[in-house]
Design a protein around this ligand. Structure first.
Ligand SMILES: NC(=O)c1ccc[n+]([C@@H]2O[C@H](COP(=O)([O-])OP(=O)(O)OC[C@H]3O[C@@H](n4cnc5c(N)ncnc54)[C@H](OP(=O)(O)O)[C@@H]3O)[C@@H](O)[C@H]2O)c1
Length: 332
């Protein structure tokens, strides 16, 4: 039996389970020469998928209604008629939300389960680790002794950003949504200080206290009022790395924000958005650094692993409720 999850309708506001449909097909998939048969092992659910569920113009085309959702997936090759892949290999790539599927192998990378746990190739050694490394180093240009603030700090990208900041000698402050996450940021990930935005009435003041020397680098995963509060605390020549804005992804109306221009002018500050794929030429260097730091024990990670392919949509919805610590992954 092959299970597929398709986009049934475009979400309005916060997505719900009714936006997805499950299809079961009682068929065997037969491969032709040049093809491989894949079985999903781990599925990545990511906030950016929300953007692809809308039909607004963006940097990637929207998902088509009635077609499977695609995301980063680790899959096992269970049959091969392609010279580049053997039965038993594990691969990583953008694949459909299907328990089994046929591929020609294009765009797939083999992953070595003896080098790192397979799920790590969706997180710290995958897209989110690369995002953290490239965004921080290429736009943030961090210098030892500076102050780095990270929002969405206990998530897949944020937890890696903060740790890289510490490795590079920065003073690091994280912002997250629960006391457990805040505790994890300082105890497990070595942040110097962490703030629970859900229990803090005055984020501007809390940041001022947490960052006595002001903010030199801000890695923004959430946008909205949290990022507005950071603006009031930036230093001259601050760099603000706009990685994501999860707090407004489900908005149905244009979000109200403070006007950034006076802050940028007054502080000669930089604010730059990016897409991780802008930095493909840096991926080999990033992978070398990330896997090296991981092997040396300088970098660690956490994952929230949801069991069962059928729970993939719910795991995606849970990202917007902050139910994950570190990378949210589904074990198919
Ligand atoms: N530019 C790129 O190329 C690129 C690549 C990857 C990811 N991203 C972006 O980076 C951000 C983080 O992605 P990720 O994969 O690491 O996800 P993640 O942080 O692991 O998961 C999402 C987290 O966002 C927080 N959140 C949810 N709603 C929020 C709200 N209204 N206000 C503040 N925080 C909220 C939750 O944590 P709390 O409990 O702390 O609220 C949740 O755990 C996202 O915005 C994503 O779109 C961008």
């Amino acid at each position: 039996m092959i299970h597929t999850i398709i986009l049934k309708q475009r979400p309005v506001g916060k997505p719900t389970l009714s936006d997805f449909e499950f299809i079961k097909e009682d068929t065997d998939l037969n491969i032709e020469i040049g093809e491989i048969l894949l079985e999903a092992t781990y599925i990545s659910v990511d906030p950016y998928l929300r953007g692809r569920m809308s039909d607004a113009k963006s940097y990637v085309p929207p998902f088509e209604l009635g077609k499977p959702i695609t995301s980063g997936i680790i899959a096992k090759v269970i049959a091969s008629k392609n010279d580049k892949f053997n039965e038993g290999d594990f691969v990583s790539g953008m694949l459909d939300w299907k328990t089994q599927q046929i591929s020609k192998g294009e765009g797939l990378l083999k992953v070595d389960k003896d080098r790192a746990p397979l799920s790590a190739y969706l997180g710290i050694l995958g897209m989110t680790g690369l995002t953290a490394y490239c965004g921080l180093t290429q736009i943030g240009k961090p210098k030892a002794g500076e102050t780095l603030v990270v929002s969405g700090a206990a998530g897949a990208v944020g937890s890696v950003v903060g740790q890289i900041g510490k490795i590079l000698g920065l003073y690091v402050v994280g912002i997250a949504g629960t006391d457990e996450k805040v505790e994890m940021l300082t105890s497990k990930f070595g942040f110097d200080h962490a703030i629970n935005y859900n229990t803090t009435d005055d984020m501007k003041a809390a940041l001022r206290t947490a960052c006595p020397d002001g903010v030199d680098v801000y890695f923004d995963n959430v946008g909205g009022p949290i990022s507005d509060a950071v603006l009031y605390n930036i230093n001259k020549f601050a760099r603000m790395i706009i990685c994501g804005a999860i707090s407004v992804y489900n908005n149905t109306e244009a979000p109200m924000s403070v006007s950034v221009q006076p802050f940028l002018v007054k502080n000669s500050a930089l604010m730059q958005g990016f897409i991780v794929s802008n930095y493909m030429d840096k991926f080999p260097e990033a992978m070398k650094q990330l896997s090296g730091w991981l092997a040396e024990g300088k970098l660690t990670y956490t994952e929230t692993v949801v069991e069962g392919f059928e729970n993939t949509p719910q795991a995606f919805l849970d990202l917007f409720e902050g139910k994950n610590e570190g990378k949210m992954i589904v074990k198919a």
